[in-house]
Write a protein that binds this ligand. Structure first.
Ligand code: NAD
Ligand code: DAU
Length: 345
């Protein structure tokens, strides 16, 4: 592994991963291949471009465009693909499912074809715990059936199945990680934690879906990056690895912890109509990843506090985003719901 193509590397986890591998592997060269959708942002990589000029290159491109993908593989002598590129927000998948099927299914297929034709040494797919669907009891193991319930999770599951099929049918050396809810610097402020942090800084309402008793397993972004790196170094081709934070929490408890850290009142919380088809709980069994030596860096409380600090100090980054397209999306998603909202007891 010497020349990595990191698709979706201008997004949240992808940009953290680019920084992580360049800092931790001095022999690696990284090419970021990204369409720069609303979620892609070169500000996420500004420091990387300055610090790693000789080992980093950015190529603007769409993973659905086979010619552009092949040109990048050829021109940059790529031996490893790590695919972060995706439409990633469940709420948006309920508004515009087509984009999810295009990128998360068709785009994955284009990358796999290219990986096969160019005899890539490793194709890694960044997937999600959401492919297992709602998990009322117990924890999902890698061999469990996939039961996705939103257009987002269904398209990610489609991608995973194609990855497995290309390994079995054509011998492409693939690995998959299924990560849980990730948080940290550079996360687009549509997802729960950055949305609530940035709204709270501005004393804006915080829209809690339904009773707030849904359960998510929170994973710090650098732990997510370390888990992917570990699977690339030590994982077995053809295998899937769950990558969770072993930190299951009710949404409302996380939100209250956040408000306390930010010294903001609970009166900012508003109960709004729930997300349609909202999965109640995700839970991963991560014992397989532990056999490779996976360990997390710090506690949830420490990493959440560090993330609050980052958003507080980096208003330049998120204030630019919270304009234009973002405001249109926010209005469509929340205006009516907030107008009809009630206080959270
Ligand atoms: P993100 O939305 O922040 O970033 C996605 C990136 O992909 C953006 O830079 C965007 O421009 C790019 N992109 C989208 N469509 C593209 C296309 N057709 N061609 C090229 N680039 C394209 O997403 P994220 O939260 O960083 O998630 C990254 C990956 O991790 C996704 O595959 C997601 O499913 C998975 N994941 C995310 C989480 C989470 O909590 N955020 C958890 C588990 C897994
Ligand atoms: O589980 C991994 C997944 O985590 C990733 O695959 C997805 O890419 C990522 O977006 C995330 O999906 P979720 O739907 O769990 O994340 P989100 O931040 O949108 O919501 C987290 C929880 O908070 C969920 O139960 C819905 C709730 N929520 C979310 C928003 C945006 C609210 O109560 N209010 C909100 O405004």
């Amino acid at each position: 592994m010497k020349n990595l193509l990191i698709t979706g590397g201008a997004g949240f986890i992808g940009s953290n991963y680019v920084r992580y591998v360049l800092q931790n592997h001095s022999d690696l060269h990284v090419t970021v291949f990204d369409k720069l959708t609303y979620a892609g942002n070169l500000d996420n990589l500004r420091d990387v471009a300055e610090q790693f000029q000789l080992r980093y290159k950015f190529v603007k491109g769409d993973i659905c465009d086979a010619a552009a993908v092949e040109a990048a593989l050829r021109d940059r002598s790529i031996d490893t693909i790590v695919n972060f590129a995706a439409e990633s927000h469940v709420d948006r998948s309920l508004l515009t499912p087509d984009a999810f099927i295009k990128t998360d299914v068709n785009g994955t297929h284009v990358l796999l074809e290219a990986a096969k034709n160019f005899q890539i040494e490793r194709y890694h797919q960044v997937s999600t715990d959401e492919v297992y669907g709602d998990v009322p009891v117990g924890s999902s193991k890698e061999i469990d059936p996939l039961a996705p319930r939103s257009p987002y999770s269904a398209s990610k599951a489609g991608g995973d199945l194609l990855v497995q099929a290309y390994h079995v049918s054509f011998g492409v050396p693939t690995t998959i990680t299924r990560g849980s809810n990730t948080y940290g610097p550079y996360q687009y402020p549509e997802k729960l934690l950055p949305l609530f942090m940035t709204n709270a800084i501005d004393d804006q309402w915080l829209p809690v879906y339904g009773d707030g008793l849904q359960v998510r397993d929170w994973l710090y972004v650098l732990d997510h990056c370390a888990g992917i790196d570990l699977v690339l170094q030590r994982g077995t081709p053809g295998e899937v690895y769950n990558l969770g934070g072993e930190n299951e929490q009710h949404n409302i408890d996380v939100i209250r912890m956040l408000l306390k850290m930010m010294h903001k009142p609970e009166s900012l919380l508003r109960r709004v109509t729930d997300r349609p088809g909202h999965d109640r709980r995700y839970s991963l069994d991560v014992s397989k990843l532990h056999t490779l030596g996976f360990e997390q860096s710090a506690t949830f409380e420490q990493e959440l506090a560090a993330t609050v600090k980052w958003y507080t100090k980096n208003e330049w980054w998120w204030r630019k985003i919270k304009s234009g397209e973002y405001l249109e999306y926010y209005k469509a998603q929340y205006e009516k719901r907030l107008a009809e909202s009630t206080a959270v007891q």
